[in-house]
Design a protein around this ligand. Structure first.
Ligand code: NAD
Ligand code: FE2
Length: 376
């Protein structure tokens, strides 16, 4: 038995974010809109035209721009308090995965008053959410179409809220918003999205035909366009391929969840604040090599679909080439992670049951240590 869910209303229009009044139509019951973003995205002026259009159309708008990368609990709670007080009728998450995840959880917290600490895990966030529109400005997490939000708890731990009530009511994909994304973020968030598709295609528990089709299309688009998008940020076709590819990969892994690449990547972000996409890029090919004995046939199918070879090794070689051509760092040392952190990171990775349970080959503590040592 397979089941598949995704956001029901997805709109694609380069330049569309300037017409926010049109894109919120039918979502907001009281003409009061809260935008959740970060200072970087706000400072780029990406939402200025859209906010002007909303105000022109008679909406009151509050902007909560205190989101930081890997959003911590206290920021989520602060945003929820401000937005509850404002009495918003719609939340717009505008930015990368961090603002979108924050917006998803805030929409839930404000919509039904469930305490945040009871929401972590799978299926624990229950009850009505405020209407939610998500507008991604990175092409990576696919958060706009997933039922997942990742929050940093305490000092270093990252926890996931996974629940269908987190699905947005509408998504707007505007590739022009990603024109200014620097090459390094384009590369690492793009590799993150490719990892989502590879892990969805090889996810042993909930792999399904719809996720498979989406993952392959996502990989084709992103494999063809990631190097161009890194080298020429204003190439609209490449940016469109990356944004749509990341979204398709998000739809895929939201139904066929990620696995060991993400489990081994999370401690790099949790302990050392390595950006999420880069963490995944660092561990990707070594985890694939470890998985090869169990995932060879699936990797081979992807390689054939991409036209890069016939075997699992062909796919690993292709991902190595893409990492090379997009200039992502290759070692833990380059991101200032010392050797003596490896046991602590491996122990932390082993706690990611939610992800490890989907991995094609059983991941062990010893194998994890070895993978980190190989990329030291
Ligand atoms: N919900 C999910 O399904 C899911 C999946 C994977 C990862 N995540 C989470 O998403 C977060 C990472 O998200 P991300 O990789 O999109 O990065 P991010 O949202 O943390 O943003 C990274 C940086 O890019 C900047 N930025 C964003 N858009 C820009 C643009 N158009 N031009 C220039 N700069 C821009 C931001 O200001 C920020 O400084 C992590 O917290 C991760 O755990 C969530
Ligand atoms: Fe990811």
């Amino acid at each position: 038995m397979h089941s598949f869910q995704t956001v029901a209303d997805i709109r694609i229009e380069p330049g569309g974010a300037a017409k926010l009044d049109y894109y919120v139509d039918g979502l907001c019951k009281n003409k009061r809109i809260a935008i959740v973003t970060d200072k970087g995205v706000r400072g780029l002026g990406l939402m200025d035209a859209g906010i002007a259009a909303l105000k022109e159309a008679g909406y009151d708008v509050i902007i909560f721009d205190k989101v930081v990368a890997d959003p911590p609990e206290e920021i989520v709670l602060k945003g929820a308090t401000a937005i509850r007080k404002f009495n918003a009728g719609l939340i717009i998450g505008f930015g990368g995965g961090s603002p979108m995840d924050t917006a998803k959880v805030i929409a839930h917290l404000v919509g039904c008053d469930q305490p945040l600490e009871t929401m972590y895990g799978v299926g624990n966030a229950k009850g009505p959410s405020l209407p939610l529109l998500l507008i991604p400005t990175t092409s990576g997490t696919g958060s706009e179409v997933t039922n997942v939000a990742i929050i940093t708890t305490g000092k270093t731990a990252k926890k996931g809220v996974v629940a269908d009530s987190l699905y947005a009511d509408r998504v707007l994909l505007d590739a022009e918003l990603t024109f200014g994304l620097p090459p390094s973020i384009t590369a690492s968030t793009g590799i993150d999205a490719m990892v989502h598709a590879i892990e969805a295609y090889t996810s042993i528990r909930e792999k399904n035909p719809l996720s498979d089709a989406l993952a392959l299309t996502a990989l084709r688009k992103m494999r063809n366009s990631i190097v161009t998008a890194v080298n020429d940020g204003k190439d609209i076709d490449a940016r469109d391929d990356m944004l749509i590819g990341a979204m398709l990969a998000g739809q895929a892994f939201s139904n066929a969840p990620c696995a060991a690449v993400h489990a081994l990547a999370y401690p790099l972000g949790g302990f050392f604040h390595v950006p999420h996409g880069l963490s995944n890029a660092l561990v990707l090919t070594e985890v694939m090599k470890y998985n090869l004995p169990k995932a060879e046939h699936w990797y081979g199918e992807i390689a054939k679909d991409l036209g890069v070879g016939q075997t699992g090794v062909s796919l690993i070689d292709e991902m190595l080439r893409l990492k090379d051509e997009t200039h992502v760092p290759k070692t833990l040392t380059e991101v200032n992670i010392p050797q003596d952190a490896i046991p602590m990171m491996a122990e932390d990775a082993m706690t990611k049951d939610r992800l490890l349970m989907n991995n094609a080959r059983e991941m062990t503590y010893d194998a994890t240590v070895k993978i980190y040592e190989t990329i030291l």
